[in-house]
Design a protein around this ligand. Structure first.
Ligand SMILES: [Zn+2]
Length: 465
């Protein structure tokens, strides 16, 4: 019996090797990798000459429609968001199931994480790509502890908390959550900025009438991010709880993660930065103003370089997008403090990060695969994603490393009508994207059928290796 597809003449890139070899796919799975003469016969053969063939990108930090209290309107839906992702080579995301019943519910004080999971899944019917969910804890409600093991049985094995915002939790409650997660071997995902510092600095800027976007970073200083990371890590380590620090933006916060990781090891401490912290510095605020306003803020040029150092030395493991869609109109405000936080970037994340890492800094394409596919899959318990190993899902990206192009938001699939990378000329582009054996993007166009994407229940991850 011939298999469905053989891809030949491509350059396969994994987290630790680059091989000129073929790959065979049957149904939804990769069934063989090796010299073309050794691969089975196939119904179709695809010539991948000139392409790097990568495992699909796994982005563990994405916000689509949901009961998310910091997005006023359900701007990004799964049909548009997953199209943006697929065009950018992203085949799996992790979105957030917020503790709560449904968006705009009359009584948001009573909804559970299980309600949030059910709601979030109900919005995802049109997805082109696969998705998982983090649970997001936004209330100090001890009833939460009763439902955690059931939530984990649903395949939601990581839980986000904030140290800031109205929906942030106190250190005291955070510590209790760490204890419970530790008992269940689950992962705590932390947004860390010290709330009182950010509030006080914001107050000062308002008093001084400093509403220009170039003043925004002063409201959320790098040391505030480091302080809250230190508190949260201290408590997580006391509880022996797996800790994942999201969207690390600066050298000071990275140093805190590095210190705890040095002491407690990668079996307990992991970390992430985002594409924008590796590709943009704070000059962006004078260039595009509040369009680039997200939190924590985009930092200094030396913070940008420190992100590459942390990723290459193994202080940080992952590059994500923290994708949030807003329109230009919604982001256009008189004073930065009236601007909602977030920017869309799923469609540009791989090509922009590849260009920064490989073309501008001489990293190997394997480095990109490691931090954008293999490690996020391992850290969050996607055992069938993030590699080209036979037996795993045939999620593939055909990446043309020589194609130069200038980013423009005219072809944005997101409901957002701008990109923070607009006008940037880069080399390297996604041509085709395959999710479980089926092309969802071909020749830079969406061809997949909405609903091809599935919810993936995640395992409790093993961080021992
Ligand atoms: Zn986020």
């Amino acid at each position: 019996m011939p298999v469905d597809t053989v891809i030949k003449n491509g350059t396969l890139v994994t987290a630790d090797s680059i091989l000129e070899t073929g790959i065979a796919i049957d149904g939804e799975k990769i069934v063989a990798v090796g010299d073309e003469s050794t691969l089975p016969n196939s119904s179709q053969t695809i010539d991948a000459s000139g392409y790097l063939v990568l495992p699909g990108i796994v982005d563990p930090h994405v916000h689509f429609d949901g009961t998310n209290p910091f997005i006023d309107d359900p701007l990004e839906t799964y049909d548009t968001g997953s199209a943006a992702a697929a065009l950018g080579g992203v085949t799996t995301i992790i979105d957030f199931a917020w503790q709560g019943a449904e968006k705009g519910a009359d009584d948001p004080e009573t909804g559970t994480l299980l309600d949030g999971i059910e709601y979030q899944k109900s919005t995802a019917g049109e997805s082109l790509i696969d998705y998982g969910l983090h649970g997001t804890i936004i209330r100090e409600d001890p009833d939460l502890f009763e439902e955690l093991s059931e939530v984990i049985d649903e395949g939601v094995t990581s839980f986000k908390m904030f140290s800031v915002y109205d929906w942030g939790v106190s250190n005291g409650f955070m510590g209790r959550v760490f204890d419970h997660l530790s008992n269940l071997d689950a992962v705590a995902v932390l947004h860390t900025e010290d709330e009182s510092v950010c509030e006080e600095q914001t107050k000062i800027l308002k008093e001084q009438d400093r509403g220009d976007p170039t003043d925004y970073p002063d409201s959320r200083p790098d040391y505030a991010e480091a302080m809250a990371a230190d508190d949260a890590l201290r408590m997580a380590m006391e509880a022996n709880c797996k800790y994942y620090g999201i969207h690390t933006s600066c050298q000071k916060a990275g140093e805190v993660i590095k210190r705890y990781r040095g002491e407690y090891g990668s079996e307990l401490v992991r970390g992430e930065t985002c594409t924008h912290y590796a590709a943009l510095d704070d000059s962006v605020f004078s260039e595009i103003g509040t369009l680039a306003q997200l939190s924590p803020p985009i930092r200094s040029p030396s913070d940008v370089e420190s992100m590459f150092e942390y990723l290459s030395e193994g202080t940080l493991d992952v590059v994500s997008t923290d994708h949030v869609a807003y329109t230009r109109d919604r982001k256009s405000v008189e004073n930065w403090w009236d601007c909602p936080y977030g920017a869309n970037s799923l469609q540009r994340s791989l090509p922009v990060f590849y260009d920064e890492a490989v073309n501008r800094r001489n990293y190997s394409p394997s480095f990109v695969v490691k931090v954008m596919s293999t490690q996020p899959a391992q850290i969050f318990g996607f055992s069938n994603k993030g590699t080209l190993e036979p037996g795993t899902d045939a999620d593939l990206v055909f990446f043309d490393p020589s194609k130069r192009h200038t980013i423009t938001s005219e072809d944005n699939a997101s409901k957002s009508d701008y990109s923070i990378y607009d006008g940037r000329t880069i080399q390297g582009s996604v041509t085709h994207t395959m999710v479980r054996g089926e092309f969802v993007v071909r020749d830079e166009h969406v061809v997949g059928s909405p609903g091809h994407g599935k919810y993936v229940a995640r395992e409790v991850p093993d961080w021992q290796n």
